[in-house]
Design a protein around this ligand. Structure first.
Ligand code: PBG
Length: 306
């Protein structure tokens, strides 16, 4: 009877699995703070993506970790860059898999910030150009969706215009519209080797204390041409997911970030909570709040269980 009256149902197709890709071959370097996740070279990435696809996972989102980082994040928008190569490999080796790319610069800059540094601060408008070029290079490689996560003002519009100009008007933008300056990104920054070398990201990411501002950020991104809106992190921001769902008639995504994942793993490995139940409960509640797409490091495990 509970099944009959249940209001929220999870499906593997709701999930997007984040994957970290590095240069080289035969590399599967475990990320200590994120059990079960690894930095993968392209050959290993293909295997991981095949497994995800066979479990029915909705898609993958790629984060590139280049060997060479510089002031101007050149690897982020290089047609031969690590993510661009990875997208092309997935498109040819895992046909039918939905491939999303994270469009950002912090993994590619020597200073770890998401944009061009001028006088110790990120310059919004110069950064827009990098992002637009990055998104176009991802589309050229075969990406199905681009997901800008940098939080520069005006980036969705800049990316949309650049995609349209380059003949990619059919490629949708999933905007990290309400992305907070959160402590829960800690393990990711180990995984992606992208911790800022000085300062923090509070001048471009949102203040966790603000909710109405999130609605404004989302409205602006939609005006600029976003097709889907993302809220990030997920669990501490269920009210924001709900506001997104109530205010806007587009698909809503939520990112259950690294810290959320690792907290559950850590508590479970201490025997303090039950891993499977906590995993499914957290995902169900994120969906109940209004997200139809969930980016989660649990994508494979949850799909297996479903
Ligand atoms: C890149 C980016 C980050 C995450 C996704 N894209 C890190 C950050 O903003 O510092 C975090 C994802 C996670 O914690 O799982 N800007």
């Amino acid at each position: 009877m509970r099944d009959l009256v249940r209001e929220t149902h999870l499906q593997p197709s709701n999930f997007i699995l984040p994957l970290f890709v590095v240069e080289g071959e035969g590399i599967r370097k475990e990320i200590k703070s994120m059990p079960g996740n690894a930095q993968l070279s392209i050959d290993e990435l293909v295997k991981e993506a095949q497994e995800a696809k066979s479990l029915g996972v909705g898609g993958v989102i790629l984060f590139g970790i280049p060997k060479h980082k510089d002031e101007d994040a050149t690897g982020a928008y290089d047609d031969e860059g690590i993510v661009q190569q990875a997208v092309a490999a997935l498109k040819s080796e895992v046909p039918g898999l939905l491939v999303v790319t994270d469009v950002c610069n912090c993994e590619y800059t020597s200073h770890g910030h998401c944009g061009k540094i001028i006088d110790d601060d990120v310059d919004n408008d110069i950064t827009l150009n990098w992002l637009a070029q990055g998104a176009v290079s991802h589309a050229r490689a075969g990406a199905d969706i681009v997901a800008p996560s940098d939080m520069m003002d005006g980036r969705v519009g800049a990316i949309r215009a650049a995609l349209d100009d380059a003949g990619f008007s059919h490629i949708p933008i999933m905007s990290y519209a309400a992305k907070y300056a959160s402590s829960f990104y800690g393990p990711f920054r180990d995984a992606a080797e992208s911790a800022p070398q000085f300062g923090d990201r509070r001048s471009y990411q949102m203040d966790p204390a603000n909710a109405r501002e999130a609605v404004k950020e989302m409205a602006l991104d939609l005006e600029e041409g976003a097709d889907m809106l993302m809220v990030k992190p997920a669990m501490p921001y269920l009210d924001i997911i709900k506001a997104a769902h109530e205010n806007f008639d587009v698909p809503i995504a939520a990112y259950q970030v690294s810290g959320e994942f690792s907290m559950i793993q850590a508590a479970a490995s201490n025997g303090w909570i039950d891993l499977e139940r906590a995993m499914m409960e957290s995902l169900t509640c994120i969906k109940r709040a209004g997200a139809s797409i969930i980016l989660t490091y649990f994508a494979k495990d949850a799909s297996r269980l479903l």
